[in-house]
Design a protein around this ligand. Structure first.
Ligand code: UD1
Length: 416
């Protein structure tokens, strides 16, 4: 069992750089399959989800290697078309491989996606988008089996916003015949970054970042060579760490404009920040005010991935705060762990009602998902005594060096 230990009541000081974005890198890796040659993702985060995607690409016949932080993907011979559940069960975003494999090899069978247990995570919208483009899909008990000779552009209307399904549709449409219009699609920055990456490969896309995106299919794509953007969720996590410990830190390589809704809440609780170029000076000393209601929402709303890290801050602020989770129906696992530390949290459906308290005690906790696990580290930093967080492997899925970063900032934290 991999564990992270934290000695509480620490104060942070200093500067750290923000890693490349997991949620931007993974679909870019999938997109690299659309070119039969070598693509490179610069500043790719060395996290276990990226290693897992790399392993799947290798199983399809790709050759991959790292040069420092740059990930090279040679997809010249990635001709296999089967991705068993052994791989897909480990990571939800593996499902975005369906469109690229199908696009280059006309057929793909893929296991159902797994990933963090944060509620039901269906793939109906992914399949709806592909079916609209002419793909035939058989849903068996174990596998999705898809065929298509030539995908043809179409209008795809999403009944609900989905990041993954929008990416799936984009990955299919760029090499489909004719024009595809995506209506009511997701607007998250990771969609915009995927479009930029695809455009750098020669794709014709207009309107990314708005709810309607137009794709003109092209015959082929060239190699990708792109810098992975900084991870907005990791930046937000570290800002929560500063708020929870009342500390002043510097974060290098932050796109503050992608963190608008989060920074608004951070400001409401009394936190201060100053953005200068790509650097964010964060001062969490004044973060002492509860917040009446924070609701997660699709971008530009408050990101669901920062819901648990924020909760780790609010449990230590005297007064009542309410957090409402609107995206996933079972994303309060970390709250039950925080209660073991003495946090007062009542879960009522989609709402978590928090009565903040300054007395939290270190104990043994279990990480159950990636962001919830990171939130437990933050909660541990403000508790008294030592906290042991089991299930550190969940945290490594998305945080490249959270222990090293927090240690460099002065936190007593170690792994066993
Ligand atoms: C992505 C992010 C994840 C983030 C989430 C929401 C990656 C690798 N992961 O996940 O970190 O928490 O966006 O911002 O980028 N849904 C359906 N049918 C579908 C697909 C989704 O009903 O076919 C529902 C989901 O159950 C969920 C909601 O739509 O309730 C949002 O999911 P989606 O935006 O697709 O999230 P992911 O792409 O899985």
């Amino acid at each position: 069992m991999e564990e992270i230990h934290v000695l509480g009541k620490s104060s942070l000081k200093g500067s750290v750089s923000i890693q490349g974005s997991k949620n931007a890198a993974l679909p870019m890796m999938a997109a690299s399959l659309l070119h039969r040659g070598i693509s490179v993702l610069k500043g790719c985060p060395a996290i276990s989800d990226v290693f897992c995607m790399e392993e799947i690409l290798r199983s399809l016949g790709a050759v991959t290697w790292w040069e420092d932080h740059d990930l090279y993907l040679d997809c010249t011979n990635a001709e296999k078309t089967e991705i068993p559940a052994f791989y897909t069960g480990r990571m939800r975003s593996s499902v975005t491989l369906l469109a690229p494999v199908l696009s280059r090899n006309k057929t793909c069978s893929i296991g159902y996606p797994g990933g963090c247990v944060i509620g039901k995570r269906p793939v109906d919208l992914h399949l709806m988008a592909l079916r609209n483009l002419g793909v035939r899909i058989l849903e068996t008990q174990e596998l999705l089996i898809a065929h298509c000779e030539n995908m043809t552009g179409a209008e795809i209307i999403f009944p609900r916003s989905s990041v993954g399904a929008t990416q799936q549709a984009l990955l299919a449409a760029v090499l489909a015949r004719g024009e595809t219009v995506l209506i009511n699609c997701a607007r998250e920055p990771e969609i915009v970054w995927l479009c930029r990456y695809l455009r750098s490969m020669g794709a014709k896309i207009e309107g990314e970042g708005s709810s309607t995106v137009l794709v003109h299919g092209v015959k082929e794509l060239g190699p990708g060579n792109f810098k992975v953007p900084p991870d907005r969720i990791v930046a937000g996590t570290y800002i929560c760490a500063a708020a929870a410990t009342g500390s002043e830190i510097e974060l290098k390589g932050v796109l503050a404009e992608e963190l608008g809704a989060f920074l608004e809440v951070y400001r409401k609780i009394g936190g201060q920040y100053e953005a200068k170029g790509g650097t964010l000076m964060v001062n969490g000393k004044g973060a002492v005010h509860p917040v009446e209601l924070v609701e997660t929402g699709v971008y530009p709303g408050f990101p669901t991935d920062l819901q648990s890290p924020l909760m780790a801050v609010l449990i230590g602020i005297p007064g009542r705060s309410t957090v409402r989770e609107n995206i996933f129906e079972d994303r309060f696992q970390a709250a039950f762990q925080m209660k073991k530390m003495g946090a007062h949290i009542e879960i009522d459906g989609r709402d978590a009602v928090i009565e903040g308290s300054i007395s939290l005690s270190g104990c043994v906790l279990q990480a159950k998902d990636l962001r919830g696990g990171a939130a437990l580290i933050i909660a541990a930093m403000r508790a008294s005594g030592e906290t042991c967080i089991r299930g550190a492997n969940f945290i490594r899925r998305g945080y490249e060096h959270i222990c090293e970063d927090l240690e460099a900032l002065g936190c007593e934290i170690w792994q066993t």
